[in-house]
Design a protein around this ligand. Structure first.
Ligand code: MN3
Length: 210
């Protein structure tokens, strides 16, 4: 039995155009994300990891295939929910205050986030997180790594693996990240501020937000 399921995209394939094309979303969700889910199910089937949640595996597995596939399944589910076709979404006043505290202004945050995203060497993810002291930070992780490993609470993520932008922007990660801000689901990001580190479950969250 397949323990881990590929979640549906929270919008249509063409909903984020022109910033993210339907071709990109089809490949990214139906091939890449689906591939990580399939591989993870194969790896855990019949093992003691079969009943573990993605978070359990991210927090306890050593570097290797199980960790990589569990991390990639979690990160992609979170990433889809960080985007929305709605144009009128804004950070909550609470989130805006925290961003001002951490970065000075929303525009300064975007600049720092873009620097982190473009500065990540090779494949990885750019994040806005709430750290253990409740402060907001921009950080990147390599490959399938997660802020959960540091005990941080992820608020926002941008996938900076080449497969996320190569169809639409070729090698231009900078423009992809700039356009990413046109589709950020600030309502989702604002809600994440209420969560605490690894105790959250993105799968639960995805259901509650739809
Ligand atoms: Mn990806």
């Amino acid at each position: 039995m397949e323990k881990h399921k590929l979640p549906e995209l929270p919008y249509a394939y063409d909903a984020l155009q022109p910033h993210v094309s339907s071709e990109t979303l089809k490949f990214h969700h139906d091939k890449h994300h689906a591939g990580y889910v399939k591989k993870l199910n194969e790896l855990v089937e019949g093992t003691k990891l079969e009943d573990k949640t993605l978070e359990d595996m991210i927090l306890t597995q050593p570097p290797g295939k199980v960790f990589n596939n569990a991390g990639q399944v979690w990160n992609h589910t979170f990433y889809w929910n960080c985007m929305s076709p709605s144009k009128d979404l804004k950070p909550s006043s609470e989130l805006e205050d925290k961003i001002k505290q951490g970065f000075g202004s929303l525009s300064q945050f975007k600049t720092e986030f873009a620097e982190v995203a473009t500065g990540q060497f090779g494949s990885g993810w750019a994040w806005l997180v709430k750290d253990n002291a409740g402060q907001l930070k921009a950080m990147s992780t390599a490959n399938a790594d997660s802020p959960l490993q540091f005990g941080f609470t992820p608020l926002l993520v941008c996938d900076v693996w080449e497969h996320a932008y190569y169809i639409d922007y070729r090698n231009d990660r900078g423009t992809y990240v700039e356009k990413f801000f046109e589709v950020v689901n600030w309502e989702f990001v604002s809600q994440n501020l209420q969560l605490e580190g690894a105790r959250m479950s993105p799968s639960e969250k995805v259901r509650s937000i739809r």
